[in-house]
Design a protein around this ligand. Structure first.
Ligand code: DAH
Length: 346
């Protein structure tokens, strides 16, 4: 009797199929648990006569081992299948695609372009790999003049002994595009030139070896410093609102005379002092000035007939003030938690 029952259970156990965790648990309860069939048979084994005990015990042990290894086998099989087909819920809505957003520097660049386009400025572009002529010489940087050291240059090919303007380098500013533009276009010229620039500088919260500028050039008859001031004033109000304060500080650039640096009131600390404004309450956003006659001459434009203003603005700086960002490095680290905060304005 008992042996028959054992054989029955043995074939049941061997053929058992578990399609999901529930059926697996049912198997365990039925055969292996303390109250399961096999434990019960062990109970009954006590009552079996001693001659039979040895044989029955042997098959019963076999059944127990078979059931135990079956449990392991069934568990492994279920774990290997990642999603049970029966568990797929076809009524669930699809997982939404994550939509990216524009980089804050791009958003600011677009905004700058928008503001100047409405003032009649075109957008122009120039190369990042540049020759000495367009980056320095044509911009009135004299050969071997210390002014060249204002900007730590990455040279690609330095042709010592030959004429300086044959050197190939990564442009240190977007002012090179001024020259490229004036070489092929005659005044009136009214253009802005956004782009990436490179300098051999140690990376910190305030400096990087690459960053972005937007250059502006306005050449026509009778362009004066007042036009520069008014243009910048308009820009600052459009970008930051009517409460923004600006100031012009006298400065020096070889390609402008007179020259000025442009500061805006610090929107990060509102004047109370922070690392971005170096506790001064003012942040420099651009260099500017009246285009030097020598620069016009380099491009065959008569400085007696035409005058103009130019400026070069740091897009990072403008963006830091716009979004209250206090570390330049965030722009190039590609930390998704940072980038996600700049959702597109629809
Ligand atoms: N190129 C200068 C720089 O990167 C900035 C600059 C100053 C640009 C005066 C100009 C300018 O166009 O007129 O430091």
């Amino acid at each position: 009797m008992m042996e028959e029952r054992i054989q029955e259970l043995l074939s049941e156990v061997k053929g058992y199929l578990a399609r999901d965790k529930k059926e697996l648990e049912a198997f365990r309860l039925k055969y292996i648990s303390k109250k399961g069939e096999i434990s019960e048979l062990f109970e009954q084994l006590r009552k079996v006569s001693s001659e039979q005990k040895k044989n029955v015990g042997k098959v019963l042990n076999q059944l127990k081992q078979t059931a135990e290894s079956k449990l392991v086998e069934l568990t492994e099989k279920l774990d290997a299948v990642p999603v049970e087909s029966a568990e797929i819920d076809l009524t669930l809505p699809p997982v939404p695609n994550e939509i990216g957003n524009l980089h804050p520097l791009t958003l600011t660049r677009y905004r700058i372009i928008e503001i100047f386009e409405r003032l009649g400025f075109n957008v122009a572009d120039g190369p990042e790999i540049e020759d000495d002529w367009h980056n320095f010489s044509a911009l009135n940087f004299p050969e071997n003049h210390p002014a060249r050291e204002m900007q730590d240059t990455f040279f690609i090919e330095k042709k010592a002994g030959e004429k300086g303007h044959q050197d190939v380098l990564l442009r240190t500013h977007t002012s090179n595009v001024q020259i490229r533009l004036m070489e092929k276009q005659k005044p009136p010229i009214r253009a802005i030139m956004p782009g990436r620039v490179y300098r051999n500088e140690a990376i910190s919260a305030r400096a990087h070896c690459f960053f972005h500028q937007v250059e502006a050039l306005y050449i026509d008859k009778n362009v004066g410093f007042a036009d520069l001031k008014q243009t910048i004033y308009h820009f600052a109000k459009e970008m930051y609102g009517n409460d923004i304060k600006i100031r012009f500080r006298p400065s020096f650039f070889p390609f402008t005379e007179p020259s000025a640096e442009i500061d805006v009131s610090c929107l990060i600390c509102k004047g109370s002092g922070c690392n971005v404004c170096k506790h001064s309450g003012w942040v420099e956003i651009a260099g500017s000035g009246m285009v030097h006659p020598n620069v016009l001459k380099s491009c065959n434009i008569d400085p007696e007939e035409y005058t103009g203003f130019a400026f070069g603005m740091g897009i990072e700086r403008v963006t830091m003030l716009r979004y209250q960002i206090n570390d330049l490095r965030l722009f190039s680290e590609n930390d998704i938690r940072f980038l996600r905060q700049f959702q597109p304005v629809i």
